[in-house]
Structures are given as C-alpha cells and as structure tokens.
Design a protein around this ligand. Structure first.
Ligand code: ZN
Ligand code: ZN
Length: 440
C-alpha cells in the first residue's frame, strides 16, 4: 500500500464506532494481559537475554492466529495478521529490563539477580509496553470484521543498549515481512494514569555513547616526575568537555554532554597507565551531534598532547540512537484519535525530553523513510500524583518516581487498560475500516 492509504482521513465518528467494536473485546483480554505483565515484572531479562519474554509473546500471538517468526535480530519476535486490503501498520513494544534494584515493595517486585549478582528490574516500563502490545494484538485479532489491512506486531529486544531495533532491521525485518506504511510505538511516562503526551517533530533527542581511552605512563605514586599521569589528564578532559555545550554551541542548540563513567587506577600510591571515560551525548539535531563528537575527539587529543602522553587517545562510538522524529501527519492522526477516544482533557502538552530511544531506526525504510509516531502513556497512580509536591504537572513530574528508578511503579490495572486502548485506537486510525456497521 502507498502512504496515501494511511493519510486518508476517516471520519471521526467512524473511528470512534470502530474503536468501540474492537475494544469491546478488551475486558475478555485484560486478565491475560495482567497475568503476562505480572509474570514479566517478576521475571525481567536484561538487554539481549529476553529469551523467556520473547517465547511468551510468540506463544500468545500464535494463539491469536498471527504468523509468528522468532529470533529476528536476537530475541526479536514478528507477528503478522493479514486481514484484507489496506495499509500495513507496525506496532512496536520493547521487551528488555535494566540492571536496577527494585525498591517498590510491591508483592510482585523483581528479586531477580544475574549470575554475577547484578539486580534486574523492569524499571523502564517495558513490561507494560510488551503486555499492552500483546493485548492490542489480541483485540485486533478478535475483531477482524472491524478493520482491514495488515498488522505487524514487533516484540523488540535490547532497547536499553540502543541495539535491538537496528539488529532487527539488519536481519531483514522489512525485506522479509514487508515495509510498513506506519510505525507506532508508545512509552510509559511518570504522568498521571489516564493522560497521554504527544509531541510534534522531535519526540526525543538522539543519543551517542562515546568511549575515550587516555594513555599515560605509570609510576610510583611518590615519583610523579617519572609519569604522565592519566588521572590528571582525564580530569582535564572531563572539565574541558564541559565547555562544548557552554562555549561551542549556541544557546539555541539543545545538547547534553555527560561523563557518566571515569575509571583509572586501583590504589593511592600507584600512578596508572591509562584512564577510561565514557560519555553520553544527547542532541536534537544530527549536525550538532557531529560537531559535538568532533569536539570530544579534538579535546581528548589536545589535552593528551598537552600532557605529553606517549600516544594519542582512542576515541570510539559505542552505540547510538538517532533523533526520534515524529511524522507530522501520522502524529496528528494519532493525537486526534486519542483526543476523540479519551477526550481532549486527557492530553498533556508535549515537552522535549533528553532521554533517547532506538525506535527511530524503524523509520529507515529500504527506499524511503517510513512515517513513525511515538507517544507517552501516563502510569503514575492518582494517589501518588495527588500527593506529589508542585503546582504544575512539570513540577510534580520531578517528585514522582520516573523511568530507571528502583521505585518506578506503574498503576497496574490503569496502565494496562490505557496502554491497550491507546495502541489499539492509534492502530485503527491507520488501518482501513471493515465496512461493517458504524463505518461512516
Ligand atoms: Zn529505559
Ligand atoms: Zn524505555
């Protein structure tokens, strides 16, 4: 199908009627969505290790009649439901968890640790995304007379390492299963449950992780004159990196440069040979990203030269997630559909977050860009929200647990229902009507 299939407006009343018919199945689907969520929350799996989660997703999609393919780019799962002529709509949910210790105190809290003793938790809400993906797939499968087109359900691994989406595309996702006409994704957010946030244009910044290895010359801690001290060199680099955003970019160019990891030496009286820095860069624009990366390399080399280092530093990009840019027409369509289904008052004005995603890789079609839309689903329990300090929503957000916190605890029933409804309604806004009662 061509793009026109997606952008042809359906009458608002037609959409609402179709959504009613499809979501009439939700009450029968939600108990299993809840069971899946509880199970995934108790058994989180780190990026690249989502075997158990992927198996559960695949089994449920098969039970609903999807053609399922496993192990697409790691533990990726693809489910196809062909239901007559119409657009192909890709629904994406990410499945991986984080090395975070759960502190929610919930009865279904994760107690999982890796063999190395590292705690594991669904601290980014990907268990909500996965459960709602499966729930949406089920309601669509059970109401095939209400829509036409193809639904492509994608359970994506390894989002937190920004590698899973690219791995699925590199494994031939679009060549093997078809290039979709629209890609839809949603993420939990620390907004009150029952609210949604959409943003035109850039939804999230692009992220690049950079590793800088600085070489010095080790010596006895009491004989610094015999050394080139990589700790001092590293400290200079860390400070100088702070001038990229403050002195090299315009105040109107948004960017973040953070050194999250600085490792050197092992004891007080030994000057080590090397120092290692890991830097995360966030930008709203690819041109700004290139300038920031060039500046990091220039500063590392310059400081190493100034210190008399025995060899130049090694600067390498570890991974990157592109800028998450919503297609304006598709985003507008999804927002209008959500406004119609949930009411305008459920929509929160969009703000640009500095967090990142590998979702934008799905926009890279083989021939032309694929329209993508990505929105946020509030999951904070109303009681937690009402008790949070602050007068405005943005002040309150700072005082409730957010993604990557050990206290991140979505309102279970509300988040699952809202997540299923928002993804289903968005999918229906892109698919064709089934021609039955209620269509136009
Ligand atoms: Zn995350
Ligand atoms: Zn996430």
């Amino acid at each position: 199908m061509n793009d026109a299939a997606v952008t042809t407006p359906s009458t608002p009343s037609g959409l609402k009627a179709r959504a009613r018919r499809v979501l009439a199945q939700l009450d029968s689907v939600l108990p299993d969505v809840d069971a899946l969520y509880g199970d995934l929350h108790e058994h989180p799996e780190l990026s690249g290790q989502e075997a158990r989660t992927a198996a559960q997703v695949a089994r449920r999609l098969e039970a609903e009649g999807y053609e399922v393919t496993r192990n697409v780019g790691g533990h990726g799962v693809v489910g196809l439901l062909r239901n007559g002529d119409g657009p192909t709509v890709l629904l994406r949910g990410d499945m991986d968890a984080l090395p975070v210790e759960e502190k929610t105190g919930l009865s279904y809290a994760s107690r999982v640790r890796t063999e190395a003793g590292e705690p594991v938790m669904h601290a980014c809400g990907h268990d909500v995304h996965t459960a709602c993906l499966v729930g949406t797939a089920a309601v669509l499968a059970r109401s095939r007379d209400a829509w036409r087109g193809t639904v492509m359900v994608v359970g994506q691994p390894a989002e937190e390492t920004l590698t899973g989406a690219k791995a699925m595309l590199d494994a031939g996702l679009y060549a093997r299963f078809g290039t979709p006409d629209a890609v839809l994704g949603q993420h939990t957010a620390p907004l009150p449950v029952g609210t949604f946030m959409h943003r035109d244009g850039v939804a999230m910044m692009g992220a690049t992780q950079v590793r800088v290895r600085l070489f010095g010359r080790g010596a006895h801690g009491a004989q610094p004159e015999l050394s080139v001290d990589p700790v001092v060199l590293g400290a200079s680099v860390v400070l100088r990196l702070q001038t990229i955003v403050s002195r090299e970019l315009s105040p109107l160019e948004a960017a973040v440069v953070t050194v999250g990891h600085f490792q050197a030496g092992s004891r007080a009286n030994v000057i080590p040979d090397e120092a290692l820095l890991e830097v995360t860069v966030r930008t709203e624009d690819d041109g700004v990203r290139s300038r920031v990366l060039a500046a990091i390399e220039r500063i590392a080399k310059g400081e190493a030269a100034a210190a008399g280092a025995p060899k130049p530093p090694l600067v390498e990009v570890l991974n990157q997630g592109p800028v998450n840019r919503n297609d304006p027409a598709l985003m507008g369509r999804v927002r209008d559909a959500h406004a119609e289904w949930f009411g305008r008052e459920a929509l929160v004005p969009g703000v640009l977050g500095t967090a990142s995603e590998d979702f934008p890789y799905f926009a890279r079609g083989p021939e032309h860009p694929v329209p993508t839309a990505y929105w946020f689903v509030g999951i904070t329990p109303r009681k937690t929200w009402d008790a949070a300090r602050g007068a405005t929503p943005m002040e309150k957000v700072a005082h409730v647990p957010g993604p990557h916190s050990g206290f991140y605890a979505p309102d279970r029933a509300g988040s699952l229902r809202m997540g299923c409804e928002s993804l289903t309604v968005a999918a229906l806004a892109c698919l064709h009507g089934g021609g039955g009662p209620g269509d136009h």
